[in-house]
Design a protein around this ligand. Structure first.
Ligand code: N2P
Length: 357
């Protein structure tokens, strides 16, 4: 046997053994590749204990990955590298995915727990018959602030943020639509405005906020605000509720000029390899007790009517996080603005971030 051939033989033997060992390990844990469910969700957006429970009850192994913006999620799904079985985009992105034929139609007969979802969150314009998406959480965009650090000053409007007294006091959530939206709203424009002149005005308005901005950050915004690293933050409502449970001094307001109302729904992307397990998981998350535990844990507002009964009264009656339909009617839901306009929002947001440097 020549030397090269011997080396080849040894390598082949070792790889074979490794493969055998991995397979044994997989089957001893009760799954093979067909028994795997790959989930793609926002960061800090599930009680990990529920994933474990689902794995135990179903015998399905969950692979869990996170993203921090709809745009980042979409890019990964379009690339197709990972075969996600479930994703949790927001409404405007669901509409976009629907139009680009990236979603698998759901089999509603496999989702008996869907009856627990409040009708208010069903049949919304981005998915009129819920053919492709099932409500997960919902909420608003607003301002969380620490009145103690602001010497009792209350914040009620976007305009308040431009107060020179707030120098280096504001943290922004790193989202293009949220930040550009704040610029648009503060000028009285729509969150779905595509008029170039208005968008440039909004970006300039944001540039003038620069001295007050301490940082633009991701999920760490919660920790920073709870630890009083800053007194004001542009956040999603659920993050505010989470921060406020850590530090009771803080308050949350949806600014009077208007703001965003959003819906995050579970979908099955066309990349899915395990559609059956995806339905099982969605139905599991719709169980009222599971949904209540999840909402309790992440702090976001659940669309599950059945879950509300299992949650503390003071939580579900807090109109800052469970605003009435009359209140939410005044808010704007993001629309799918099309590729070009969305790219322009992103470009302006990048320019704004550069301006700060
Ligand atoms: C959770 C982010 C929620 C996103 N970290 C709101 N659409």
């Amino acid at each position: 046997m020549n030397r090269l051939f011997r080396i080849f033989l040894v390598v082949a033997l070792i790889s074979g053994l490794l493969l055998f060992a991995t397979n044994r390990l997989n089957s001893s844990q009760g799954y093979s590749s067909g028994k795997t469910l790959t989930i793609f969700n926002w960061g800090d957006y599930i009680d990990a204990e529920l994933i474990k429970r689902f794995e135990k009850e179903s015998g399905i192994k969950v692979v869990y990955e996170t993203f921090d913006s709809n745009e980042a999620m979409m890019t990964k799904i379009e690339q197709g590298g990972t075969t996600y079985d479930i994703a949790v985009p927001s409404e405007y992105m669901i509409e976009k995915m629907r139009h680009e034929d990236l979603l698998v139609p759901l089999d509603l007969s496999k989702l008996p727990n869907l009856k627990y979802i409040d009708q208010r969150f069903m049949n919304l314009p981005f998915d009129p018959e819920n053919k492709y998406s099932i409500p997960y959480f919902w909420g608003t965009v607003g301002i969380v602030f620490n009145p103690k650090m602001l010497h009792g000053k209350k914040i009620t409007s976007w305009k308040d943020l431009w107060d020179p007294k707030l120098k280096n006091e504001i943290l922004l959530t790193d989202g293009a639509r949220e930040v550009i939206g704040m610029g648009l709203n503060s000028l009285g424009y729509s969150l779905n405005d595509t008029n170039k002149q208005h968008l440039i005005e909004a970006k300039e308005k944001l540039d003038s906020l620069t001295p007050n901005i301490k940082a633009i950050v991701g999920d760490e915004i919660k920790m920073l605000l709870a630890n009083k690293e800053a007194s004001v933050g542009l956040v999603w409502s659920g993050d505010a509720s989470e921060i406020m449970s850590e530090n009771e001094d803080l308050d949350y307001v949806v600014p009077e000029e208007g703001s965003n109302l959003w819906f995050d729904n579970m979908v099955i992307p066309k990349t899915a390899k395990n559609i059956k397990a995806a339905h099982q998981f969605i139905n599991f998350m719709l169980d009222p007790k599971v949904a209540a535990q999840n909402a309790d844990y992440v702090g976001y507002s659940t669309p599950n009517k059945g879950a509300l009964k299992h949650m503390p009264k003071e939580v579900v009656s807090d109109t800052r996080f469970y605003p009435s339909p009359e209140l939410t009617e005044k808010l704007e839901v993001y629309e799918n603005l099309g590729k070009k306009n969305l790219a322009y929002y992103n470009e302006l947001f990048l320019q704004f971030k550069m301006h700060r440097k």
